[in-house]
Design a protein around this ligand. Structure first.
Ligand SMILES: *Cc1c(COP(=O)(O)O)cnc(C)c1O
Length: 501
């Protein structure tokens, strides 16, 4: 199977090259030339298999140039009890007869980014070795909070790689920040960038497409790649858990074979929900993809009107990993919607670049609306969703998942659709203990408590232990202190990699 670019559909690449390179030269994103299909029989067979077998079924259908044996070895290493704290890897919990929650936060950093970033380093280093690449790979990451830590954990001390993470200094939670600035490893570099996530992401994207800077690296025996969700190697492992959720519900008889259900995804860069779209096209009987946004509701407006307009205020919210105005992976969906016309993508993305907005034609908008339903939750609504979910189900959700829960309720009310629904839970509530406790117990309860006392309090309210990777943060030394302006990111890279020495 070959990969093409959303901005050049003549391109033909193997998956290894697409994963190694991350983003296409002309700025487009890599997409598979066809979407493989799974049959009812495949799903029934997978129902009796574990997560690794499900992962093999999905990944082997997309990554045809990885050998069976090696892919199995990679999957085995990535999804096991060393790095995930439960054997199901991505367990589905039943809240009531129609609502299910899939917990995607049982990996080392307690957010769903681990689902892909635990395997990406293996996929990438394998691709590097097999394609005869002799350069050191420099992973450049812009993070809204969770990707950074998950990528650092995934790539730490991986031979032949360096990893550089930029996070916005206004816009990650205290715990997220602590997780990154205490990161250990010989090949890790972390810096705060003044501004918000879009400033950081735009900075990183411009470095990726800066030919002169790439040349400078090349001359020193290095090359950039991306661990952001624009990399196909990030996306394809995310398709697995949608297949896994469906087959789990087949196994438990909560779904009949072929029975349609909805998925709710708390959305930022549009990677997670895009993976659900691929799963749907592979044959998972997903009906509506419900796209949940926080106060930065650009996607909600887009799905309603077909106008993507970034000329609006950016808000910092209590669901920081969704504080995004430019959802990069939307480009892949648009490519499919307009019948893979790369010139159309060049026009829309060109307009976005130059004017900050673009507008879909009527037909594309209709297609978009047949696939997606969009809604958003503001801060109060997010807190209310945490509180109500706790009261109704005795189940604690983090603020990102709560945005999804709010939008799910809105969707049911507005459409009267009662199909079974899986809400994907993207982070452990322990990553955002202050806001979660505030929602459940009120502001007074957390006043005067420091981050770690708040963690303790959440543990006692929830009757579960603080995840070990979070409790140990209290005693870890801060190893990364750099803060810089977005304009100085190139210089920071030069310093980190000692390129001018
Ligand atoms: C990254 C992230 C999201 C958004 O996912 P996208 O794939 O960027 O849409 C939502 N919730 C949490 C907790 C995240 O870390």
């Amino acid at each position: 199977m070959y990969y093409l670019s959303t901005r050049n559909n003549e391109l033909r690449m193997h998956s290894m090259d697409a994963i190694k390179q991350g983003i296409s030269q002309e700025g487009g994103l890599f997409v598979p030339e066809t979407i493989p299909k799974l049959s009812n029989r495949d799903f029934l067979e997978l129902a009796d298999k574990d997560y690794r077998s499900r992962a093999f079924k999905v990944l082997s259908s997309y990554l045809r140039d990885y050998s069976t044996e090696d892919l199995n070895r990679i999957i085995y290493a990535a999804y096991g009890k060393d790095n995930f704290d439960c054997p199901e890897i991505a367990p589905v919990k039943k809240l009531d007869d129609s609502l299910f929650i899939q917990e995607l936060w049982h990996g080392p950093t307690y957010a769903f980014k681990d689902m892909a970033l635990q395997i990406l380093p293996y996929l990438m280093t394998y691709a590097v070795a097999k394609t005869g690449e002799d350069k050191e790979i420099v992973i450049l990451v812009a993070t809204s909070g969770d990707t950074g830590k998950a990528a650092l954990e995934g790539f730490r001390d991986v031979n032949g790689t360096q990893i550089i993470v930029f996070y916005p200094n206004e816009g990650v939670s205290p715990i997220q920040k602590l997780q990154m600035v205490t990161q250990e490893g010989k090949n890790v570099h972390v810096a705060a960038v003044k501004g918000n996530f879009d400033d950081t992401q735009t900075g990183v994207k411009s470095i990726f497409t800066d030919g002169r800077f790439s040349k400078l690296l090349e001359d020193r025996g290095k090359r950039f790649s991306s661990a952001n969700s624009i990399n196909w190697g990030r996306l394809v492992p995310q398709i697995v858990y949608y297949v896994s959720a469906y087959t789990d519900l087949l196994k438990s008889n909560d779904l009949d074979p072929g029975e349609k259900f909805n998925i709710v995804v708390p959305t930022g860069n549009f990677g997670n929900i895009l993976a659900a779209y691929y799963a749907k096209n592979m044959g998972v009987p997903i009906d509506k993809l419900i796209c949940a946004s926080n106060r930065n509701n650009i996607l909600t407006d887009f799905i309603k009107t077909g106008v993507y307009d970034t000329r609006r205020d950016f808000y910092k919210t209590i669901s920081p990993s969704m504080d995004i105005l430019i959802s990069s992976n939307l480009e892949r969906l648009l490519f499919e919607l307009c019948d893979r016309q790369d010139h159309q993508l060049r026009i829309w993305m060109g307009e976005l670049n130059e004017t900050g907005r673009y507008k879909l034609d009527g037909e594309s908008l209709k297609m978009l609306q047949s696939i997606l339903w969009g809604g958003s939750a503001d801060e109060e609504q997010t807190l209310k969703a945490i509180r109500d979910t706790y009261r109704q189900y005795n189940y604690i959700i983090d603020p990102h998942t709560a945005v999804g829960k709010w939008v799910y309720d809105e969707y049911r009310e507005e459409t009267r659709d009662t199909k079974k629904t899986i809400l994907v839970s993207t982070a452990s509530p322990f990553k955002f203990p202050g806001d979660v406790l505030k929602a459940i117990k009120g502001m007074e309860y957390i006043q005067g408590k420091d981050d770690f006392q708040v963690l303790e309090a959440l543990a006692s309210v929830s009757g579960t232990k603080i995840p070990p990777g979070l409790s140990e943060l209290e005693n870890k030394p801060v190893l990364h202190q750099t803060t810089l302006a977005a304009g100085n990111m190139r210089q920071a890279i030069i310093n980190f990699l000692e390129l001018d020495g």
